[in-house]
Design a binder for this molecule. Structure first.
Ligand code: FES
Ligand code: FES
Length: 162
């Protein structure tokens, strides 16, 4: 047990954790940031995705201690301070890219990372990139539409070209 400090959503934070505490547990239980979801705990569902130093990371597959001193961004850090949704979040809302919402934080974090790498991904690239994100509700179609909107593409046109 010891104190672990890191920057989360632009704020320096610290909390007690054990060596084996996972980053997802640290965020949820140590810091109360419950927007990051724990779905499978075995690195298969993508619900726990966050950014660590700008890279997409499954927070159930990283110890909190490994994130010490680093910059972590969670879903709580995506909207503006006044609550304005980020373009990715707004696109998920507009395109009905969520139902129960359990997978949505991970989907949003993955989409943001994808658009950093590839600002205008085509449909196969979107589907391939989100393969590690499981959604039990939507059938993925509206999620793909949301990513297309977030990247400034016309979802109808891009999907018609498939
Ligand atoms: S909870 Fe981390 S991938 Fe499922
Ligand atoms: S919206 Fe329910 S799991 Fe994706």
């Amino acid at each position: 047990m010891g104190e672990i400090a890191m920057t989360v959503n632009g704020k320096e934070v610290a909390a007690e954790a054990e060596d084996r505490t996972l980053l997802v547990e640290f965020l949820r239980e140590g810091l109360g940031l419950t927007g990051t979801h724990l779905g499978c705990d075995t690195s298969q569902c993508g619900a726990c995705l966050v950014h660590v130093d700008g890279a997409l990371v499954k927070s159930c597959a990283m110890f909190a201690a490994e994130a010490a001193g680093r910059e972590v961004t969670t879903i709580e850090g995506m909207a503006g301070k006044d609550g304005t949704l980020s373009p990715v979040q707004a696109a998920f809302r507009d395109q009905h890219g969520l139902q129960c919402g359990f997978c949505t934080p991970g989907m949003v974090m993955a989409t943001a990372a994808l658009l950093q790498e590839d600002p205008a991904p085509d449909v196969p690239r979107i589907r391939a990139y989100l393969q590690g994100n499981i959604c039990r509700c939507t059938g993925y179609h509206n999620i793909v539409r949301a990513v297309l909107q977030a990247s400034g593409q016309d979802p109808d046109r891009a999907l018609a070209a498939e």
